[in-house]
Write a protein that binds this ligand. Structure first.
Ligand code: FMN
Length: 330
């Protein structure tokens, strides 16, 4: 992991493109995408740190390679200390760290190769015994240790567990919502191919023509059938609730969602973190829950209201998942 101070706070990112380029003095090269938050800090302070993680830091390391300092404060993930240079944040939990003074840099396509002279090396093992340090290795997209053959986790994936662990504190609200009517724009297909912005614009343009709609919130509904699920697809409707159904304008569809009990999870913060919530809810919350299970194929939906602001870290929206008591718990 490479560290730099950005806007007065430590920021760390995962780096595979790293090499020794000179001995006596030792000069290291790290190649970072120009637009990374950390790159900004290295240019500003002309210092950076290199932190070699041990196998016990696999989740945190990968998380630093998934989340960007532009939207996520990564300064609290580790304990930071500073050395001689005073502006290169280093990670206390890493078995080997060093602080580097920037001596040169060169642009290579979308990256900047930063050359740093190592000023001071810090290690919790004075003998640099590799079996003791147990560094984490990266090979073909998998994190590995030098002592065991099995993978410690997949890169760009295992780090989501960090968010998941933080989400352990999240508790859903349980509520029943009476049957309701929605009018909105529709799409059937794979979530990954969907341009959500396009549907928001379409709803904004067509929605004005809808009578009796409640514009205080917008619902993003996901509907499923066995056939669609087998293809990895769903039916998506972005729309508004109606107090009374009358004259549905062309280009919009009307659906009725029956009375249902839900577990409602509130997502706070940047939308990018929502995938971690999804992973936590289906990977841990439901499997660990002794009482409730998701109602197979019933629609779930996201509720956006005035709290939602995609540009703010304080943004909030609610995710409603249909639940029923597990048959074994009744
Ligand atoms: C295992 C791994 C290795 C990575 N190697 C590099 C790298 O060598 N150079 C780079 O620019 N980004 C690399 N990344 C991506 C950055 O770590 C990632 O985009 C990070 O979120 C950027 O953080 P920042 O915007 O806070 O600086 C890597 C990510 C992972 C998971």
């Amino acid at each position: 992991m490479v560290g730099a101070n950005v806007n007065g706070k430590p920021n760390y990112l995962a780096v595979g493109a790293i090499s020794v380029v000179h001995n006596h003095p030792t000069v290291m090269m790290v190649s970072l995408t120009k637009t990374h938050y950390t790159s900004k800090g290295i240019i500003e302070n002309e210092t950076f740190s290199i932190n070699i993680p041990s196998v016990s830091q696999v989740i945190e390391t990968d998380y630093c390679g998934i989340a960007t300092g532009k939207t996520t404060d990564k300064s609290e993930i580790f304990t930071t200390f500073y050395g001689e240079l005073e502006s290169a944040p280093m990670i206390e939990e890493c078995p080997i760290t060093c602080e580097c003074k920037l001596i040169d840099s060169t642009k290579v396509k979308y990256c900047i190769a930063f050359f740093g002279e190592v000023c001071q090396l810090y290690s919790n093992d004075q003998n640099f015994d590799i079996s003791h340090i147990n560094p984490m290795l990266l090979s073909l997209g998998e994190y590995r240790s030098i002592t065991q053959s099995e993978s410690l986790g997949r890169c760009y994936k295992i780090g989501w567990n960090y968010e998941g662990a933080r989400r352990k504190g999240i508790k859903p609200k349980f509520l029943e919502k009476e049957e309701f009517q929605v009018v909105g724009v529709e799409d059937v297909g794979k979530e990954i191919n969907r341009n959500h912005r396009e549907f928001w614009i379409k709803l904004r343009d067509l929605g004005e023509k809808v009578q009796n709609r409640d514009a205080s919130h917008t619902l993003e509904i996901h509907m499923y059938t066995k056939e669609l699920s087998e293809k990895g697809e769903n039916r998506f409707i972005l729309g508004n609730e109606l107090s009374k159904v009358e004259n549905i304008p062309e280009g919009l569809v009307h659906i009725t969602i029956p009375t249902q009990k839900y577990a409602m999870f509130t997502q706070i913060g940047n939308y990018d973190n929502f995938m971690a919530t999804v992973q936590y809810v289906f990977g841990e919350w439901f499997p660990d829950n002794k009482k409730y299970e998701r109602v197979p194929l019933a629609p779930d939906f996201v509720w956006y209201d005035a709290r939602y602001n995609p540009r703010s870290d304080k943004s909030e929206f609610d995710w409603y998942i249909p639940i029923q008591e597990k048959s074994s718990s009744i």
